[in-house]
Design a protein around this ligand. Structure first.
Ligand SMILES: [Zn+2]
Length: 222
C-alpha cells in the first residue's frame, strides 16, 4: 500500500446519481478517474493492471447514500483484496490521506523462493496500523484454501517484480561501469520505485533497509 493522490473536484455525475432511486456510482468518467488516480493498481496488494477490478467503498456504505456516492470513499481494488477486506477490516490506514505515512508505518518483506512468504510488520502501536498489517498479511498469505491459492499467485508476481528490480540494482552496483550504463540503470530504478510501479512497497523496503541504497535512492520515492 502506497500513498496516492485523489484528483478533485469529484466527478459531477455522482451528485446526480445520488438523487436517483437506483443511482450508479460507476457513472460518467468515475472508472477512468479512479483508474488514473490509483495508477491502475489495486490499492491494497499493489497488483498492477488487475484482471478483476472492484470499485470499493473504503468505508462500507451499508445502504448509506452519502457514503455510497462520496468520491472520497471510492477506491480501486482487485477482487481478491476486496473480498478479503469485505466488512472485516473497516478501520485501516487510508492511502489517500497524506498524513498516513504508509512507507514508514508498515514494513514489507518477501522471503524468497522456493517457499516464498510475505512478512508484514506494523511499526506503530496503533490499532489502525495493526489492522492494516493484518489485512495485508491476509491478502498476501491467504486465509481460506481458495484465497491461499490466489495469494500464492500474487506472491509469485511480487517475486517476479522483486527479481527484476534486484537484477537492475545488481547491474548498477557491480556491473555498470560507464556513466551511460549507470544512467540507464538509474532510469529503470527510478521507475521501479515510483508509486505507479507494481508492488512498490516491497521494493522501497529493500532500499530502506540498506543505508547506502537508502541514501542514494530514497529521492525516487514519489
Ligand atoms: Zn489486490
Amino acid at each position: 500500500m502506497v500513498n496516492v493522490k485523489k484528483s478533485y473536484p469529484a466527478p459531477k455525475c455522482l451528485a446526480e446519481e445520488k438523487k436517483k432511486k437506483n443511482g450508479d456510482y460507476k457513472c460518467g468518467n468515475v472508472l477512468e478517474r479512479l483508474k488514473n488516480d490509483f495508477k491502475n493498481k489495486c490499492y491494497i496488494c499493489e497488483y498492477k493492471c488487475p484482471s478483476t477490478i472492484n470499485v470499493e467503498h473504503f468505508v462500507p456504505h451499508r445502504g448509506d447514500k452519502e457514503l455510497k456516492f462520496d468520491w472520497v470513499n471510492l477506491f480501486w481494488a482487485c477482487g481478491h483484496c476486496n473480498n478479503t477486506k469485505s466488512d472485516k477490516y473497516d478501520n485501516i490506514l487510508n492511502c489517500t490521506n497524506s498524513e498516513h505515512d504508509l512507507v514508514n508505518w508498515i514494513r514489507y518483506e518477501m522471503k524468497p523462493f522456493p517457499k516464498e512468504k510475505v512478512n508484514i510488520t506494523a511499526l506503530r502501536d496503533d490499532e489502525i496500523v495493526k489492522n492494516t498489517a493484518q489485512l495485508l498479511d491476509a491478502v498476501y498469505n491467504g486465509t481460506t484454501p481458495l484465497k491461499k491459492m490466489e495469494s500464492s499467485n500474487i506472491r509469485k508476481s511480487v517475486l517476479d517484480e522483486i527479481m527484476k528490480f534486484q537484477a537492475i540494482l545488481y547491474e548498477y552496483c557491480f556491473e555498470a561501469s560507464h556513466p551511460e550504463e549507470k544512467n540507464e540503470c538509474l532510469k529503470h530504478l527510478e521507475r521501479h520505485l515510483k508509486t505507479s510501479s507494481p508492488f512498490t512497497s516491497f521494493k522501497r523496503w529493500i532500499i530502506r533497509e540498506n543505508k547506502e541504497l537508502k541514501k542514494e535512492f530514497e529521492q525516487f520515492f514519489d
